[in-house]
Each structure stands twice: as structure tokens, then as C-alpha cells.
Design a protein around this ligand. Structure first.
Ligand code: SAM
Length: 589
């Protein structure tokens, strides 16, 4: 599949580039292959070849048919590259390269270990792509002057100058952060600064996820449309990464990794004291559920001991009844959680006998293509809501709850229409009008205004995505408080609301442009949302992985899944700016 030789019988270019090529060509013999024959000929014949597999080996660059003022030149240390024959204005479409697509399997079995790996990159749907035309000849630069967009419909890549390019300047794109070579004239060293999220896992060019291309929504979120809707999209190809939520999912397979804490214990000189002490523990309220993962009694070389209570729950030494003759209690280290594996069981039980709760390792929910498509559409929608809010002088942040992907959840949640809300802090002059709070409030409104038999669909009176929603008093957010609407809910739904069984976002998925802040993350937790997808991390305020991860905190009574959308190419902030979604990441923002 490696293209060794290429024949071109004519080319179009301007005079300046002809001069440049002519002077070089006059001294360089070139190779030609035609019908399997290899021949040596002069440049005057205008038949040129590509140098062979090693792109950095000096050789003669071929002429080509691109008529946008581009030529191929050989540069020391880089191999062939694309150069400007003349000045090219910014935003000029300079090349459209069709791509050749390989299935992931075909690539792994046949392509990966060949020179193809220097030229291919991951297409959005998981296939590997080889750009034809000049596409594969653009070299990498940390400061590229060309951006690109993938067009899934035409299976091609469009290359556009991102600034004015001067005559004879090299045209470069940005490959990503994980390079497999040391770039010429760059501060980067291959292998350093590897960002796992930007690692496409193939070693080839980073995925062209369009982050560089300006805010073309379709480019960012398309690409999952082709192929069978039922086909499971491989985890590494999904357009988002899942945050590990429960600390219990983490491996505790060496003593350093075992999470520990301290507890009070006492030795029992007489085994008959065990029953007495167990009764006393119960009566004294020392049977805390936080010790459910520990066995109460340990027998070691005929010595019996009992663990009493965690020191964090009872910092002072427990005082025993006068009629029980026991030595003073002491502090020992115990495991903080039960053991999930045999290795961790051994480690934890060497501290104190620990309960074994084997279970399947975290297995992420498989995502069929149709569901990925659904999520892409939802992301596009939330971006549009945020953009429209920005155009209406609001902070461009939005949240969106789509109609659930699967029928079962649609029926169970009665969510038959999507809901969206945007940030309204400016128009409402209210610091708490974050989009998620607004959305939770809107869902509350809907729940309150419908009977349990009704489908949830937004009444026209509640336009949660209007540019400046009229602020409602906060007390109307709480479903347990008097309802804002006149409809009388059924006795059953009243009951549901009163006992809290009918949580607002139970089983629903929420998409948002920016990582929810801590307040919004708590609101989502209280609303029992199933999962959250966000585009942009908020490093200074985010409560879903940045400054903290609320659904991961110890002691919370609900966990929701957090998924961060993949915006690869290292230009997330740039993309945000172009999409009109840049917001200041501060508590006052
Ligand atoms: C897609 S090809 C680009 C065209 C290639 N120069 C050629 O002659 O075929 C990618 C390869 O080009 C080389 N390359 C690209 N950008 C480079 C850079 N900034 N510095 C050094 N080598 C580079 C690397 O060898 C890389 O594997």
C-alpha cells in the first residue's frame, strides 16, 4: 500500500515556482516507474517520483497538479513538505484531499506496522484514513499556518490557510501533541508531555477532530453516522472520555495503594466476652455501618481481639462497662473499604480481617453507534443554545436534557421533549442563575405541572431556552414547596413528590457546554441525574473533575457518571473562542 512512485505528466503552477523547480530539477535525475519499469530520466520530461519509505531521506520532490500555488519541496530533517509558490491570503482553501479509509481491523492487521503509520490518522468513526493528494505531505508545526476540516460526507479533508502565507514559506498543519518524531525547529521532544487524551492510540497522526478548524459544529460532532446503528463503538473511539467515578473501582493491589484508616480495638482475654461485647457495642451505638467491611473479631495465635469503632467517629478511647474486665483499648490501622480482589483481600486482612466483595471490574456501558449519534446531536444542540445565549448578551453557557435515547427510559421518565436552559446571571442579575440550576428548575416545573400519567413535555408557558427567562423565586425550585402551577397533580404524584421518590432528573442524561461548578454539581446530585457530558473543563471552578468531583466525594448518596467530550488537537480554548463560548473561569464569572 506504500506509494513508491508517482508519475505526473504535466502540472500547473506559476512562473516563480517553475523557476525555483527548474533550477533544482536541472541537476537532479529522477526515477520513474511506468508499467512496472524503472527508468532514470531528466526533469525536463516532467515525470517525477516520490522518494521511498523514509520521509526524511533527501530526494527529489515530485511536481503536482495543485493549482493553488503550492509546490512540494524537500527540507533537511523533514523530508517532503508543502510550500507556497506565492503569497496566499488567510482563509484560502488550498487543497481538498480525498481520503482512503481502512477499517480498524484491516489497519491493525496490515497497516499499523508499515510506513502507513506515519501518514494515517483516526477518522471519526474509528476507521483509519490516509489523505491522498497533498494531504499526506503537509509537515507538522507547533505554530501551523494551515487548518483542516474533515468532511465525512465526501470523505475528504479541506485545508485552509489560517493566516497570510508568504512566498516560499512552508505550509504546515498541527499533528497533535503526541509526536513519534523529533520535529525540526521546535521546542518539543518526542515522548515528552504525552497527554493521554490526545494520544490516538495508534502512533499515527492525531485524530483530526476539528478542534483547530474554527467552530464548525458539524465537523466537531459528525462522523458517527455511517455504519450500522447497532454496532458498538469501541471505547477509544467514543467522542468522550469517562471519568472514573468510584474510588472503589481503583486497584488496591499493593500496600501503598490500600486506603487505610484508624480504629479502636481491644483484646479479649476471655473468648466468652465476645458475645457480651457484641451486645454492648450495639447498645452503645458502636455498630456503625462505616465498619461493615470489617470483621468484628480477629483470632490470632489464640489471641482474640475486637475492633470497636473508627477513630474519626470516636476520637476518644471508648469506656467499657465497669462489670466487664478488659485491658485498655488501643488504636490500629484497618482497610477503609472491602476487598475486591484476592490480592487486596490478603493485603487488607493482614491489617485486620476484611470482607471480600468480589465483583466484576468496572465495565463501561457499551455505546452503539446510534447512541453516539444521539449524544453528538445533543452536544450540537447545547452548543447552539449557548451560542444563541451569547448573542443575546448572556454568558454563553448552556445545558440540555435530550429525550432519552432508549424507549425504556423514555417511558419510565416520561420525558418526551428535550429541555434546555442557558445561563441567565446577566439578564436576571442573579448570581445563582447558572444554566444547570435553571434547567433543574425547569424540570421541576414540568414535573410539578404534570400528573404521573402524563408524558413530560414542556408547556409553552415555560420557555427555558428563551434568551432572558423571567426569574422565578427560588422557593419554586423545590418540589416539596407549594407548586407554581395550578394543575392539580394526582394523589400518586403528590406522594412521589412528598417522599422524594420522584427525583427530578432520575435516569436522564444532561449535556452542558462547560463543566458544572460545585454548586451545579450538587444540584445535579440532588436531582439524581444519571450522567453528565461536558465540553469544556473549568479548571478553577469545575465540580466534575477539575477542582473536585462532587459525585465522587465520600459520603454522597448518589453518584452520576461524568463524561468529558474529546476535543483533540490541543486547541480547545481557541475553539471555544471561535465558537463564541469562551467564558472566564472564575467564581465571579
Ligand atoms: C505525514 S508525513 C509528512 C510528509 C513527509 N515529510 C514526507 O516526506 O512524506 C509525516 C512524516 O513527516 C516527517 N515530519 C513531519 N513534520 C515534521 C517536522 N516538523 N519535523 C521533522 N519531521 C517532520 C516525519 O518523519 C513524519 O513521520
Amino acid at each position: 500500500m506504500t506509494p513508491s512512485f508517482l508519475s505526473v505528466s504535466s502540472y500547473t503552477c506559476n512562473a516563480a515556482s517553475d523557476v525555483a523547480r527548474g533550477s533544482r530539477a536541472a541537476t537532479n535525475p529522477v526515477r520513474m516507474e511506468k508499467s512496472g519499469q524503472l527508468a532514470e530520466q531528466n526533469m525536463a520530461d516532467k515525470i517525477f517520483s516520490l522518494n521511498d519509505a523514509d520521509p526524511s531521506s533527501p530526494g527529489t520532490a515530485p511536481e503536482h497538479l495543485n493549482n493553488s500555488g503550492l509546490r512540494i519541496e524537500h527540507t533537511e530533517g523533514k523530508g517532503r513538505g508543502v510550500y507556497a509558490c506565492r503569497e496566499i491570503p488567510a482563509q484560502t482553501l488550498i487543497e481538498v484531499s480525498p481520503v482512503l479509509l481502512f477499517s480498524a481491523r484491516e489497519y491493525v492487521e496490515h497497516g499499523k506496522y508499515t510506513v502507513l503509520d506515519h501518514y494515517t490518522f483516526k477518522w471519526r468513526d474509528g476507521r483509519m484514513a490516509l489523505a491522498l493528494g497533498l494531504g499526506s505531505i503537509f509537515n507538522h508545526s507547533e505554530r501551523p499556518n494551515v487548518s483542516y476540516t474533515c468532511d465525512s460526507k465526501t470523505e475528504s479533508i479541506r485545508y485552509i490557510t489560517s493566516r497570510t502565507v508568504l512566498p516560499n514559506e512552508e505550509l504546515c498543519i498541527f499533528y497533535g501533541h503526541k509526536l513519534w518524531f523529533n520535529p525540526v525547529d521546535a521546542s518539543y521532544v518526542a515522548g515528552s508531555e504525552i497527554d493521554e487524551e490526545m494520544d490516538d492510540g495508534w502512533g499515527g497522526l492525531a485524530s483530526l477532530d476539528g478542534a483547530d478548524d474554527g467552530a464548525a459544529l458539524d465537523d466537531l460532532f459528525d462522523g458517527y453516522g455511517s455504519g450500522s446503528p447497532e454496532e458498538i463503538v469501541p471505547e477509544d473511539v467514543l467522542p468522550f472520555t469517562r471519568l472514573k467515578l468510584t474510588p472503589e473501582d481503583e486497584e488496591e493491589e499493593d500496600m501503598d495503594a490500600v486506603r487505610k484508616e484508624e480504629a479502636w480495638a481491644v483484646d479479649l482475654p476471655d473468648p466468652r466476652l465476645a458475645a457480651v461485647m457484641l451486645k454492648w457495642l450495639k447498645q452503645s451505638g458502636f455498630d456503625s455501618p462505616s465498619m461493615a467491611h470489617l470483621k468484628r473479631i480477629r483470632k490470632l495465635d489464640d489471641k482474640m481481639s475486637m475492633v470497636l469503632i473508627l477513630t474519626r467517629e470516636h476520637p476518644d478511647p471508648p469506656t467499657f462497662p465497669h462489670d466487664i474486665n478488659l485491658p485498655p483499648p488501643y488504636i490500629l490501622t484497618v482497610a477503609k473499604t472491602s476487598a475486591l480482589t484476592m490480592t487486596s483481600l490478603k493485603l487488607k486482612s493482614s491489617l485486620w480481617p476484611t470482607i471480600y466483595t468480589p465483583r466484576k471490574k468496572f465495565e463501561p456501558e457499551p455505546w452503539p453507534r446510534s447512541k453516539v449519534r444521539w449524544a453528538c446531536e445533543a452536544m450540537k444542540e447545547v452548543v447552539k443554545v449557548a451560542q444563541s445565549a451569547g448573542q443575546n448578551d448572556e454568558t454563553p453557557i448552556a445545558a440540555y436534557v435530550p429525550v432519552p435515547w432508549d424507549e425504556g427510559t423514555r417511558v419510565a421518565t416520561r420525558m418526551l421533549e428535550p429541555l434546555s436552559a442557558h445561563d441567565a446571571r446577566r439578564s436576571a442579575a442573579h448570581p445563582l442563575r447558572h444554566c444547570i440550576i435553571n434547567l433543574v428548575r425547569a424540570v421541576g416545573e414540568l414535573r410539578a405541572s404534570s400528573t404521573s400519567a402524563d408524558p413530560i413535555s414542556p408547556p409553552s408557558a415555560i420557555d427555558v431556552s428563551s434568551p432572558a427567562p423571567a426569574p422565578l423565586p427560588l422557593d419554586q425550585v423545590d418540589p416539596s414547596l407549594p407548586r407554581p402551577r395550578s394543575q392539580t397533580p394526582s394523589a400518586q404524584s403528590q406522594e412521589e413528590v412528598r417522599n422524594g421518590a420522584h427525583y427530578l432528573l432520575t435516569s436522564l442524561t444532561l449535556f452542558t457546554t462547560h463543566e458544572p461548578c460545585v454548586m451545579c454539581s450538587m444540584a445535579l446530585l440532588h436531582s439524581r441525574v444519571k450522567e453528565v457530558f461536558y465540553l469544556f473543563p473549568m479548571e478553577k471552578t469545575g465540580g466534575c473533575g477539575s477542582i473536585t468531583c462532587v459525585p465522587r466525594l465520600e459520603g454522597v448518596n448518589h453518584r452520576f457518571a461524568v463524561n468529558k467530550w474529546k476535543l483533540e488537537g490541543g486547541a480547545v480554548k481557541e475553539w471555544m473562542k471561535r465558537a463564541g463560548l469562551a467564558v472566564e473561569d472564575s467564581c465571579d464569572a
